[in-house]
Design a binder for this molecule. Structure first.
Ligand SMILES: Cc1cc2nc3c(=O)[nH]c(=O)nc-3n(C[C@H](O)[C@H](O)[C@H](O)COP(=O)(O)OP(=O)(O)OC[C@H]3O[C@@H](n4cnc5c(N)ncnc54)[C@H](O)[C@@H]3O)c2cc1C
Length: 459
């Protein structure tokens, strides 16, 4: 049962009367559905959730939270593994009713409301044969992902998602609407490209688009003795040649029956031929048991990974690394074997070759552009009694990566809430972190938006 101190009924009634959206308290129908996030490890009970319809609703919700002393959480797609989108006893600014995406095909740009998901975005842009490099799971929020950087099936071809962010409308904690980029505050745009939801609540984002309809993609599955390690080495060697028309990620998992380590290699090729030397090299690695790579629409590619929402308990931790030597590959495979016949979850290895390196490093706050790969241990389980085991496995796996770490910091989009500030600082580096702190002081001097990978205001 909840011990949440909900705002007085009169106050809640006044809030409801002053917004176009909906305010949901613990006694209202739908409360348990709306408070749910991707990670079932997170089970929090907000005092009120304001499902906003526009920027005025967001400003009203911010004002209500401030005047009632309620801690604030901001929710887009609800995917952040830290569960930052929901807060015990506080107020959630829920953008999930603001999901419109409109496309200007002549200008190759799109406007995306603050709560849109990648399925919303891709469906709208693909209707015109256009795309922005986004996340690989349709239910992930466009805004949350973009504000942390953004890696996916088109990273090598077009770069990071935030590199395509042209501008945004942001409601600051004081209730003022400011424009980032597009002739507005260019420093704020720099900060939004990697600095997360620290500066305000975005109600609209504007993106640059590229033409793209079909890809060759899907997944190869490798199983059997040493197959996972060999597939990883092939993947590393293929991306080392810096193919500009091939993005690629590899996932280590376990065979559900034997428990043996398997590798899922997921390429997304956008070159002229339907087959290419790079794909032939990938699939000729020993132990190919499933070849699911073929020509398909980009929308179909975006369904290659479709995890369930709100069922698995999840704990993630990782590092951007400088390189992927054999010794590290062996370490990763050994970590997958470390739980015996119990599947620990997955280890995801995302390549950062190609276009991310073409963009001026000073155009965005994020600090990982120079890394070779992002490696993430993703503990995933169902039974609450196993929480400690899985969290320990994830932490130990991340610790094993440290010798190869690019900066010592991880990917803010995959961080849990228990990361120390040193890891968040290291994700950006001291200089960028200081610049972000100055921006935070300007837009959120009281640190009201602190349910995120927090950048505290400069002292
Ligand atoms: C299944 C899954 C797949 C993923 N795939 C990818 C991937 O392919 N590539 C990748 O780079 N990352 C990926 N991620 C990570 C994801 O990008 C981050 O977790 C991101 O924070 C999720 O955004 P969200 O809006 O869905 O989450 P939420 O939990 O709703 O929000 C997370 C945080 O983002 C900020 N935020 C969200 N909306 C707004 C807004 N409108 N204004 C201001 N701040 C806002 C807030 O600080 C909020 O706390 C994935 C995560 C999961 C669980």
């Amino acid at each position: 049962m909840s011990d949440t101190a909900a705002p007085a009924p009169d106050d809640l009634a006044q809030l409801r009367a002053s917004i176009r959206g909906v305010a949901i308290g613990p006694a209202d129908p739908g409360y348990d559905v709306v408070r749910r996030c991707f990670n079932a490890l997170i089970d929090r009970r907000p005092a009120v959730m304001v499902r906003c319809r526009d920027a005025d609703d967001v400003a009203t919700a911010l004002d209500f939270a401030r005047s009632h002393g309620l801690e604030i959480a901001v929710r887009g797609g609800g995917h952040n593994p830290a569960g930052h989108c929901v807060v015990d006893g506080g107020l959630v600014i829920d953008l999930s009713l603001m999901r419109d995406v409109s496309v200007d095909p002549a200008a190759s740009t799109a406007r995306s409301q603050g709560g849109a998901t990648w399925l919303d975005f891709d469906s709208a842009t693909q209707a015109f044969g256009l795309v922005t490099p986004g996340g690989i799971v349709g239910s992930t929020g466009v805004t949350g992902l973009t504000f942390g950087g953004g890696l996916g099936h088109l990273t090598a071809q077009h770069g990071l998602t935030c590199d395509h962010l042209l501008g945004a409308d942001v409601v600051t904690p004081s209730g003022k609407v400011v424009q980032a980029g597009d002739g507005g505050d260019s420093e704020l745009l720099w900060g939004l490209r990697g600095g997360g939801g620290n500066f305000g609540v975005a109600t609209e984002l504007r993106f640059r688009l590229h033409p793209l309809e079909r890809v060759v993609g899907g997944r190869y599955l490798f199983a059997g003795s040493d197959a996972a390690a060999q597939a990883l080495r092939r993947f590393r060697d293929v991306v080392a040649a810096d193919p500009r028309d091939l993005s690629c990620q590899t996932l280590l998992g376990n065979d559900p029956e034997s428990g043996a380590v398997v590798a899922i290699v997921s390429p997304c090729y956008t070159g002229a031929d339907s087959d290419t030397e790079a794909l032939r090299t990938l699939r000729s690695s020993p132990g190919l048991v499933q070849d699911g790579v073929h020509p398909q629409s980009f929308i179909a590619q975006q369904h290659v990974f479709n995890p369930t929402y709100g069922e698995d308990r999840a704990y993630w931790k990782g590092h951007f690394v400088r390189e992927l030597p054999d010794e590290l590959i062996d370490t990763l495979v050994a970590r997958m074997e470390a739980m015996g016949d119990r599947s620990p979850g997955q280890i995801l290895i995302e390549s950062l070759h190609g276009a991310p390196k073409d963009t001026d490093d000073d155009s965005a706050a994020l600090g990982f552009r120079g890394a070779a790969f992002n490696i993430s241990a993703m503990g995933s389980w169902l039974d609450p009694a196993l929480d400690d085991d899985y969290i320990a496995w994830t932490r130990e796996t991340a610790a094993a990566l440290e010798p190869w770490s690019h900066t010592g910091g991880g990917y803010v989009n995959y961080m849990q809430a228990d990361e120390p500030i040193e890891r968040v600082r290291a994700a950006f580096g001291d200089e960028r972190f200081g610049r972000l702190q100055a921006l935070k002081s300007k837009y959120d001097p009281e640190n009201l938006l602190r349910r995120n990978q927090n950048i505290p205001p400069a002292a």
